[in-house]
Design a protein. Structure first.
Length: 542
């Protein structure tokens, strides 16, 4: 029989079959040019794509999905149309977080897996291989860097803290904005390196999200000291008895009359160096959740002491909270005693800080760090390095989530741009470090007992404007003026204007009578009821 005129050459048929099989097998690969909403086509950051085949991601349990990562080598730009993938595999994913779940931009916990569902340790975005990961959505933190900055600082102090990588997320074809891929805290040789048998991780936190009824009983009132490793489902009776007894002995020593004795007191049970580093990280950021929520402790093995850390969940630090005076650059968080919605602060901290020897160690460590590791220049370099990577992606993120540019529940300051948010963080952090320079001397007082007006000026130097944020404990008449060191008449931003108790902001642009003021040093003076109470040196630059 003569061949049909519809027949195709064998090599053409083989090619079409290969294409069909490739298309069927290449499930979810980034073959499109842009997201469904048209926001993202390419990025200077890694792009993470998650496909749940239309399933909504629940709080729990985790559901199966597929994850792909576009992360071209040598800093090359990443396109959604790229075929080369840095990762392409199975995961299980669920929503994570407590109070953060109220936001429309969710956070996720994911586990990388083999096709049969077994855990699969892989290296993601250059971080050491593991299978438990967090996709952090920095919604309240409009700089996106407060967690990464804190973790970086902790690592420079010699402590383990989760590694992080900036990225953008596409979920089921929809652009979801900027995220931070980070390590979940867990026992692992490349994470928190403690013994598998004999090592313990504990956590002080709300009971929300804790899967078991068993808690380690302590005197921590309404906050709960929880088992994390081994968790409450895996811990044996003997392990539970051991760690319970150890913590109880630590507390007994801490509250004993001779608690500060170097041989018989709490130092027999607590690794003091770890507490000093934890205290410095928590107080530099003035993280309002420190010591009470998301507070990890660990014991590397049965013969070692209890350690504070790793630090975790620092997005309310660096002036990003209008609660508990978190926006003020003065005062210590560790000495607060008032209750917050029924959850009390950790009573260990004031007791520890009543030990003058420990306070002296904190002071010596702080002074040493400020000479180099945590100098103003080093801190600003850290911020610039972390914030610089977001300069492009932040525009897309706020296009996707325009409501996130407004004041959210914790925010004290709300900038009109990403750059203003970063400037505020930098100004607040340097002012905070300077306050600590003058108060890390052995006498700890709570912020509520401070009588001076606390103010923050940013950016500094400024170009066309600066914002002055200040707080009054009671109603008063305020004047804010700019004084030139050359002796010219002061420029008043406000003069004898009444302000009520609470926080206020004043923004001033540097045009006077239609002309820019000269580029030089100025002193911004705050007066209350006619009395100068604050003077800040600023410099205008062109």
């Amino acid at each position: 029989m003569a061949p049909s005129h519809m027949s195709l050459p064998m090599n053409v048929m083989r090619f079409l079959l290969m294409v069909a099989v490739s298309m069927w097998c290449h499930w979810g690969t980034a073959q499109f040019l842009t997201t469904d909403d048209g926001i993202l086509a390419s990025s200077n950051l890694p792009i993470i794509l998650v496909d749940t085949e239309g399933q909504a991601i629940p709080d729990e349990p985790r559901i199966p999905a597929r994850m792909q990562i576009i992360d071209n080598p040598d800093g090359a730009r990443n396109f959604l149309s790229d075929e080369g993938l840095a990762y392409d595999g199975h995961i299980e994913i669920e929503i994570r977080g407590s109070s953060s779940q109220v936001f429309d931009k969710k956070q996720y916990r994911l586990e990388t897996q083999l096709p049969n569902g077994e855990n699969h340790n892989v290296s993601l975005l250059g971080m050491p291989a593991e299978n438990d990961w967090i996709l952090h959505a920095p919604t309240l933190d409009k700089t996106f860097i407060r967690n990464s900055l804190s973790y970086h600082i902790a690592r420079t102090l010699g402590e383990y803290a989760p590694r992080t990588r900036a990225c953008e997320l596409v979920l089921n074809g929809e652009y979801r904005g900027v995220y931070v891929l980070m390590e979940k805290i867990k026992r692992d040789n490349n994470r928190l390196d403690i013994e598998e048998e004999g090592g313990y991780i504990l956590k002080i936190d709300k009971p929300t999200g804790y899967e078991c009824d068993e808690f380690l009983r302590t005197d921590l009132e309404a906050v709960k000291l929880q088992y994390d490793h081994p968790d409450c489902e895996e811990i044996t009776f003997s392990q539970q008895a051991f760690i319970d007894a150890y913590v109880n002995e630590f507390e007994a020593a801490l509250y004993a009359e001779n608690y500060s004795d170097s041989e018989e007191g709490y130092r027999n049970y607590l690794d003091v160096e770890s507490f000093v580093n934890y205290f410095i990280c928590s107080e530099l950021s003035k993280n309002v959740d420190a010591y009470r929520f998301s507070t990890f402790l660990h014991k590397p093995d049965e013969s070692s002491k209890l350690n504070f850390g790793p630090i975790w969940d620092m997005n309310l630090g660096y002036g990003n909270s209008r609660f508990f005076e978190g926006h003020r650059t003065d005062g210590f968080i560790g000495t607060r005693t008032e209750a917050d919605f029924g959850y009390y602060l950790n009573p260990w901290i004031p007791r520890l800080l009543s030990d003058t020897s420990l306070v002296s160690e904190i002071h010596e460590r702080w002074v040493s760090l400020r000479s180099d590791t945590l100098s103003d220049e080093s801190l600003l370099r850290m911020v610039d390095s972390l914030a610089g990577q977001w300069s492009e992606a932040q525009t897309r993120n706020f296009q996707r989530w325009p409501g996130h540019l407004s004041r959210l529940w914790s925010n004290f300051f709300v900038g009109s741009s990403y750059e203003e948010e970063v400037d505020f963080l930098k100004g607040w952090m340097i002012n905070r470090a300077h306050w600590l320079d003058n108060h890390m001397t052995g006498t700890y007082v709570s912020a509520s007992s401070q009588k001076d007006i606390e103010a923050t000026l940013f950016p500094n130097p400024f170009r066309y404007f600066f914002t002055y944020a200040f707080r009054l404990d009671e109603t008063g008449s305020v004047s804010l003026k700019i004084v030139s060191p050359l002796g010219s008449e002061p420029l008043y931003i406000v003069k004898d204007r009444p302000f009520g108790a609470g926080q206020h902001t004043l923004t001033w642009n540097s045009f006077v009578n239609g002309r820019l003021i000269p580029s030089q040093h100025y002193v911004v003076v705050l007066e209350l009821d006619g009395v100068p109470v604050r003077g800040d040196v600023v410099m205008k630059h062109m």
